[in-house]
Design a protein around this ligand. Sequence first.
Ligand SMILES: N[C@@H](CCC(=O)N[C@@H](CS)C(=O)NCC(=O)O)C(=O)O
Length: 79
Amino acid sequence: MITLYTWSTPNGRKIPIMLEECGLPYTVVPVNIGKDEQFAPEFLKVSPNNKIPAIVDDEAEGGYAPGCRVGLSRRPVPR
Ligand SMILES: N[C@@H](CCC(=O)N[C@@H](CS)C(=O)NCC(=O)O)C(=O)O
């Protein structure tokens, strides 16, 4: 399962668009950067540079913001 940490910003919309286009199932965890939630210790474990969007993919290692699209593009599309 993919967990997407994001907020409603232009960068934050890129990954859900790709997930939808790829047909990959995911759950969303909102990270309100207007309230500095990107600096919460739990989120920094996912995205050490405090940037959204970030994903945790149970089927892949790593996977926070910069590598999201590359990693997702290598995932097989579910049938
Ligand atoms: N290269 C990244 C940039 C991500 C990025 O800049 N995210 C911003 C929001 S659009 C962010 O998390 N800002 C919070 C901060 O820097 O504290 C991408 O394209 O996804």
